[in-house]
Write a protein that binds this ligand. Structure first.
Ligand code: ADP
Length: 617
């Protein structure tokens, strides 16, 4: 027993009614090594006092016979740190129940006190953290909220966290997620599993949906098994994600419904995007293209005679070009190429390429248009135009040669018939004279026709150089040549001041001559002729007008009259070959101008035509 008491870590001392120490164990002796405890007053040994303590538990024990336990802090000294002691008093009674002695004990509980203190401090720290946390945190036990921090109250729209206590946790979970949450809580409580981060839909008190990321863990809360839940309001992130998703969807739709080919590749040339337009143009399906390099894909589309080296060279050159700094104003580089579709047909393509940086990664893109149809039409058109040009040239040559060569024999026919007429007139009968007259007449008319035809065919081939000329001088020349007709009674010709033009003088004279001659020829009987020549200077051309007060032209002939051999009247009424206006039109065409007529039958006609203006210095 003695050895037990000695070994005890608790100091024991037996005190009598006078507060004198009767016995102590080794712990007390060890605690006060410099003093002899036995025989001393307890307040002297333990408190260093000369009088008893005011509130002394031992004295109290003698009076009441109660057991007391108090924790007391003993301040430290220079040599020893302060300590917490658990002081206990145990009354010891005699047979009659009278308290004879009191057994005082003290135990150093400093380590326990420190632990409790640390625990309290840590709990307080965590509570403060949780209270102040901007992230919502709640604890639930048996499906009911037992704790919620202010952020949690704000998230669900409660006035205070207190308002949430006691509410069923499932009230705040979207019905579609109830099973999920129930299962998670079950597993958590059964196996102590900590729930990983999950996305769920929560409901605020007013019923609106809050997207949250949730992580939950089993804890003991006020000695009860509970679940602590940490939320993160991800509504905004979710909305941003949805907006992004939607916009991505839109662009994907646009790209995939485009008939133009669209492709994307990275810096190594690996293809990342290949839309259905590309599939149509090349015949290569998306799954065969994505992941391959541009060169690999291009090698399947080579036209006969094009080497992969050529193609590679072109693609690399293109990329090098794209790596030049581009501004928004610079034109997107554009190339044309011919590729071979997998079905073997050639395809003309136009490609516009661009380079951009996405999240620090350089990407290249190209929009490719299949212009095969357009190109074919263009080629066909070119071919037709060439053929037309060739056939026109042939015709011109034919008209020139035939009219030129016809002149000679015709002159012989006319001359000899005239000779015959002169020498044998009145020697033949009257019919023969008349026939000879018809032959000469027909021959002359044919000569006129051939002459005009020759003129017509010469417009392009024998045209002179364009030079700056004063239009007034040209008109004056023309009128001088037409002097006999213009001087006739009842003819008034007004010529406005006219600007200088850039033209072939001989041909311009021909234009005025034909138009003025027609104005004189197609006059109204018994009405004095009035001709007005005017001009209007436009930007880089001059519009001339030759107006008369003649018989006019029906609107349906406005176009027709410029066609060769088109005449509106019988020969006996108005003479002519029907080539005059065709020559005029040809000349105007040669000058890059335009000719048209405005007329009202019975009132007169105005011929308008344009000629390039003289260049100003
Ligand atoms: P031509 O005068 O030899 O008949 P053109 O080619 O000069 O041939 O003219 C074609 C036709 O246009 C003429 O036959 C005539 O019917 C009509 N025409 C031309 N100029 C005039 C005009 N100033 N007034 C009315 N009709 C005209």
């Amino acid at each position: 027993m003695g050895s037990i008491l000695t070994a005890l870590d608790t100091g024991l001392s037996l005190i009598d009614r006078e507060m004198t120490i009767l016995w102590v164990n080794q712990k007390v002796r060890d605690t006060f090594p410099d003093q002899e405890p036995v025989g001393q007053k307890c307040y002297r040994l333990y408190e260093g006092r000369d009088t008893p303590c005011e509130e002394c538990a031992t004295r109290q024990a003698f009076v009441t016979g109660e057991v007391t336990r108090i924790e007391k802090y003993i301040p430290g000294t220079s040599s020893a740190p302060g300590r917490w002691l658990l002081l206990a008093t145990q009354p010891i009674r005699d047979e009659s129940g009278q308290v004879l002695h009191v057994l005082e004990s003290f135990t150093d509980i400093t380590p326990q006190r420190q632990m409790v203190e640390a625990l309290r401090e840590s709990e307080e720290r965590y509570r403060t953290l949780i209270e102040l946390s901007p992230e919502p945190i709640a604890v639930h036990h048996q499906g009911k909220v037992v704790y919620a921090n202010p952020a949690c109250a704000t998230m669900v729209g409660a006035r205070t966290p207190q308002d949430l206590i006691g509410k069923p946790i499932l009230q705040f979970v979207h019905p579609d997620d109830h099973d999920l949450v129930r299962e998670r809580v079950r597993r958590m409580l059964a196996y102590g599993e900590t729930g990983s981060l999950k996305e769920e839909r929560f409901l605020a008190l007013d019923g609106h949906v809050i997207n949250v990321a949730v992580v939950a863990a089993p804890i003991t809360f006020e000695n009860l098994p509970a679940v602590m839940v940490l939320f993160q309001d991800i509504t905004e992130r979710k909305q941003a994600e949805e907006a992004l998703h939607e916009s991505e969807e839109k662009f994907r739709m646009l790209i995939h419904s485009s008939r133009d080919g669209i492709l994307l590749n990275d810096e190594e040339g690996a293809i990342l995007e290949w839309n259905s337009g590309m599939e149509g143009i090349t015949g290569i399906p998306k799954e065969d293209a994505v992941g391959c390099t541009l060169i690999q894909v291009a090698s399947r589309l080579l036209m006969d005679g094009v080497t992969i080296e050529d193609m590679e060279h072109r693609i690399l050159a293109k990329i090098a070009e794209l790596n030049q700094p581009v501004t928004y104003s610079s034109e997107i580089p554009y190339v044309e190429a011919t590729i071979q579709h997998l079905d073997g047909s050639p395809r003309f393509i136009q490609a516009q390429s661009f380079r951009f940086t996405s999240r620090g990664r350089v990407l290249y893109g190209a929009v490719i248009r299949d212009v095969t149809e357009g190109k074919r039409a263009e080629l066909t058109l070119k071919e037709y135009a060439n053929r037309l040009k060739q056939s026109n040239e042939d015709l011109e040559r034919f008209a020139y040669i035939s009219s030129h060569d016809l002149q000679e024999p015709l002159r012989a026919i006319v001359s000899y018939t005239q000779l015959l007429e002169r020498r044998y007139k009145d020697n033949l009968d009257r019919d023969a004279d008349e026939y000879l007259h018809y032959i000469v007449d027909g021959g002359k008319r044919m000569q006129d026709l051939i002459h005009d035809l020759l003129e017509f065919s010469r417009v392009n081939t024998k045209g002179g150089k364009f030079r700056t000329i004063e239009a007034n001088a040209v008109v004056e020349d023309t009128l001088a040549a037409l002097l006999p007709q213009t001087q006739a009674a009842g003819v008034t010709i007004i010529v406005d001041p006219l600007p200088a033009v850039m033209a072939d003088p001989v041909q311009l004279r021909q234009v005025f001559q034909n138009l003025i001659s027609n104005a004189l020829k197609f006059r109204k009987p018994d009405v004095p002729v009035e001709i007005h020549i005017s001009a209007e200077q436009l930007k880089d051309k001059v519009e001339f007008s030759v107006a008369d007060n003649g018989i006019g032209i029906e609107p349906q002939y406005f176009e027709k009259i410029f066609v060769i051999f088109q005449r509106l009247h019988a020969m006996d009424k108005y003479e002519g070959t029907g080539i005059g206006l065709a020559i005029v039109k040809r000349i105007i065409d040669r000058h890059g101008g335009r000719i048209w007529v405005e007329s009202e039958p019975g009132k007169g006609s105005t011929f308008h035509f344009t000629i390039p203006a003289a260049k100003r210095d």
